[in-house]
Design a protein around this ligand. Structure first.
Ligand code: ADP
Ligand code: ASP
Ligand code: MG
Length: 814
């Protein structure tokens, strides 16, 4: 004899039912088969919905009823092109009874647990009948047997307890004399010893199957569902989850108790004593190997076997100094909860006994609070304890594994990785058996937490980085292209899985939680939604993905003003935008503090020298205990370009225009030519050296003509360059006469900084600086005479993009 169970989705459509029938037909060739079926997927929910609508005098219960009816009629018609009369007349009879029941509920305004069980029983009665009759119509040796005639329970409606002796003997008796090859049994439903319809609890068809398997002492119980086994975590929440090949009964129970819905928790009990393995299989992929739950072949090398979660949790806290050292508080608390039939999912108690915290289903919270407050009425009146505090909107996440007890550091890893991702933990429980470590967190964080923990314990080798880029102009576009090219390399060599989740320019933004296809990003962005900076931030925040990085490739101050918001959400910030780091000192310090506090990297290497490793080098010097005494630098690729191309054969205006057109200057070239851009850079280097200063503290003697300094618009500025050509030619002539080159130099000496145009003599390291190159010389305590020099291209889209990219990878390696 073989026992198989098919869940709601497995019998959720005519197509799926056909799959089930095929599987059963194959099995029945070599053995008799008992097949337990759930209601058609979603029907139990609909029946309960209709019942509640009727109870609340909401006439739309009729619509819900009609939808139940239509779903079944469609399935029957699709399954049985002819000969469906018997089924349709059975359906008619059952639907009439159902309609009468709902009318009754509507009339009396009441839905008791007893009536509720009667109501939901229609689901399994219909599905089992339809399947059995369809099989008969197709010439198979099949019968339906109503489980209510076999499974006997007490009268604990909606979650009745089984009378195993009676039930087992009923099942054994029935199958002894049953002649058909295939017996279809409705799952979930049963009958009390007083003859009333009962059910075994939501998801209880699994349990029915385990009871039948145990009664018949079969070799194995097969549970067929819509996923290929019990996964490392819920595959609907974590894409990388994978099926566990073998798992112990205890682990499976623990995972299912903590929310792995694929198995109804009580299912394990009947088969455990008889050592009957449970095989979980996928109806849609019958060849997948699935999961075996047993006490054999358990792989003892893996510590954490799975991660599960339960939503809709409320935390109840009983607290007060009057509890310390006085016995009996917990007893009274738990007695009260038991009387109210409140199921306690998690308990923690502070060691001072000052508070007890319990996790329960939110639906029970109000009832529990009222009852417990009543129990402790006197103590509350005497201010010995506080009224119960209820917090909702929570979830439990749990790590499960028999072998966790033999390994140190698992909870450390668990909580540090949650902490790094800004997931606040409200309560923790770890049983002495150490099969389970659970934590209560906000519901909104569950997906992130599961993904973070899954990565930590099951994919330890790759780290996913979720990148959000604002500004896809010249540099941003290069960055996206570089990411596209390097994706595979990063995954294979650095174990970094880099995904671009959000992209935005000033007009449009686009998001894809699975990663934007970078072969087609322009098109997707073009068709994206209207962009706003706050909207972008909100989406990044709401997506709530682990290892999120916001990349600012704009020069926009409004974007820079949002960094604090990102950091507060533990979202890393990578910026080539210099505004934040050169803004007011308080703001710069705030961002640094937030970065530390929220464990969110804030990196801006490209603020100085584009892709050159200037800031990183400086940070390393400082971190290793060196002290910066002086910095001499040429930091403007734009000004270098201008003064390298300007001579007595060219016109200053034309050279500046060319620099602007070729993208070597900011769109507004005054930012470069006024020296403000260089001043910002030396300010950032000074700050990173540990000196607190502001932009106003930097002396800046402009080389521009008076009209150039005063120009209000870019056009006026260009006009002034034409008018004042002589002024600029004089600068050149003076330098040339001394055999010098004009360089725009930034200096930092003994806590003071300045920027300005200088005549650099031959032999000086700045003299031969070409094109748009930058050079930085650090004089430090360790490099007092021969400075540490960093030199190379300091502007350009490609090098800036690669600097941003390097910062993103730095976050990944963090
Ligand atoms: P059935 O209707 O077949 O009884 P269920 O919906 O009750 O199916 O259970 C299967 C579902 O359980 C899966 O579709 C999945 O969403 C959910 N699930 C939660 N945790 C896990 C897990 N660890 N492994 C597999 N499935 C899980
Ligand atoms: N149909 C019932 C439910 O939805 C039982 C089951 O599917 O296991 O809870
Ligand atoms: Mg189920």
């Amino acid at each position: 004899m073989k026992v198989l169970k098919f869940g709601g989705t497995s019998v959720g459509s005519s197509n799926n039912i056909n799959n089930v029938i095929n599987i059963l037909e194959t099995y029945s060739k070599s053995s008799k088969v008992a097949c337990i079926v759930s209601a058609v997927g979603g029907i139990t929910d609909k029946l309960l919905l209709a019942g509640n609508q009727a109870k609340n005098k909401d006439k739309s219960f009729v619509n819900t009823f009609n939808s139940v009816k239509d779903i079944h009629i469609d399935i029957i018609k699709e399954l049985n092109t002819s000969q469906s009369d018997t089924i349709l007349s059975y359906l008619d009879e059952k639907l009439n009874a159902l309609k009468n029941l709902l009318d009754g509920i509507y009339l009396i305004n009441e839905l008791s647990p007893k009536t509720s069980d009667k109501l939901v029983s229609f689901g399994e009665l219909l599905s089992s009948f339809i399947i059995a009759e369809t099989m008969k119509n197709r010439g198979l040796s099949a019968e339906r047997k109503n489980s209510q005639q076999l499974i006997v329970t007490n009268s604990n409606f909606t979650k009745a307890e089984v009378n195993y002796n009676l039930t087992y003997s009923n099942i054994q008796g029935y199958f002894k004399s049953a002649n058909q090859q295939i017996t279809i049994l409705p799952g979930f439903i049963s009958k009390s010893d007083t003859g009333e319809i009962t059910t075994l609890g939501r998801g209880g068809s699994d349990f029915t199957a385990a009871i039948v398997a145990a009664a018949l002492k079969v070799e194995q119980l097969e549970i067929w569902t819509d996923v290929s086994g019990m996964y490392t975590t819920n595959p609907k929440m974590v894409k990388q989850a994978y099926p566990i090949k073998n798992i112990s009964y205890q682990e499976a129970m623990e995972l299912s108790h903590f929310g792995a819905k694929v198995l109804y928790p009580p299912t394990v009990q009947p088969v455990l004593d008889l050592n009957i393995p449970i095989h979980i299989k996928n109806t849609n992929a019958p060849n997948d190997s699935g999961t075996i739950i047993s006490n054999q072949n358990i792989n003892n090398n893996t510590t954490v076997k799975g991660i599960s979660n339960i939503g809709n949790i409320a935390l109840l806290t009983l607290e007060g100094s009057g509890m310390i050292g006085i016995p009996g508080f917990s007893k009274r608390l738990f007695e009260t909860l038991a009387q109210e039939k409140v199921n306690v999912i998690l308990i923690t108690q502070a060691s001072s006994e000052h508070s007890i915290c319990i996790g329960i289903d939110t639906n029970d919270a109000e009832r529990a609070k009222t009852a417990v407050d009543k129990t402790f009425e006197n103590e509350i009146a005497l201010h010995k304890i506080d009224p119960i505090v209820v917090e909702t909107g929570l979830s439990i996440i749990a790590l499960v594994g028999d072998n966790m007890k033999n390994h140190q550091g698992i909870s450390g890893k668990m909580f540090s990785s949650l902490g790094k991702n800004n997931i606040n933990i409200r309560a923790i429980a770890q049983g002495a058996s150490e099969k389970n470590i659970s934590a209560v967190i906000a519901y909104k964080d569950v997906k992130k937490a599961l993904n973070t923990l899954h990565e930590q314990f099951f994919e330890a080798k790759t780290k996913q980085l979720n990148v959000f880029i604002t500004g896809v102009g010249n540099v941003g576009e290069r960055l996206v292209e570089q990411i596209k090219q390097q994706k595979i390399f990063l995954k294979e060599n650095l174990k970094i899985n880099l995904r671009v989740i959000g992209l935005s320019n000033s007009r449009k933004m686009v998001f894809n939680e699975d990663g934007i296809d970078l072969n087609d990003w322009k098109n997707q962005l073009f068709n994206g939604e209207q962009a706003t900076l706050s909207g972008f931030f909100q989406q990044v925040k709401d997506l709530n993905l682990r290892n999120s990085i916001f990349v600012d490739v704009t020069a926009n101050s409004d974007v820079a003003n949002l960094y604090a918001n990102y950091l507060r959400e533990s979202i890393g910030v990578v910026a080539c935008n210099k505004i934040a780091c050169s803004s007011d000192l308080d703001n710069y310090k705030l961002l640094k503090r937030l970065s530390l506090k929220y464990n969110a990297p804030f990196l801006f290497e490209t603020n100085v020298g584009a892709g050159l490793p200037v800031i990183d080098t400086l940070n390393n010097l400082v971190a290793s205990g060196d002290k910066i005494t002086s910095i001499q630098a040429v930091l403007s690729g734009s000004l270098n370009f201008v003064f390298n191309n300007f001579n007595d054969n060219t016109k200053f205006h034309d050279v500046v225009k060319q620099a602007q057109e070729e993208g070597y200057t900011e769109p507004d070239p005054r930012i470069d030519l006024s020296g403000v851009d260089v001043a910002r850079k030396i300010l950032i280097l000074a700050r990173e050296s540990g000196v607190e200063m502001n932009l106003e503290d930097i002396s800046n003697e402009s080389f521009l003509s008076e009209a150039g300094i005063k120009s209000d618009t870019v056009d006026d500025f260009f006009q002034s360059l034409i008018t004042d050509e002589v002024h600029y030619q004089n600068l050149y002539a003076s330098a040339k006469a001394k055999n010098c080159q004009l360089k725009y130099v930034a200096q930092f000496n003994n806590g003071k900084a300045s920027v300005g145009l200088q005549e650099i003599p031959e032999g000086h390291p700045f003299y031969n600086l070409e094109g748009k190159d930058n050079i930085v010389m650090f004089y430090t305590q360790r490099y007092p005479e021969q400075p540490m020099i960093i030199k190379g291209a300091g502007a350009g889209a490609d090098v800036t993009a690669s600097g941003l990219f390097a910062d993103i990878i730095r976050v990944g390696n963090n």
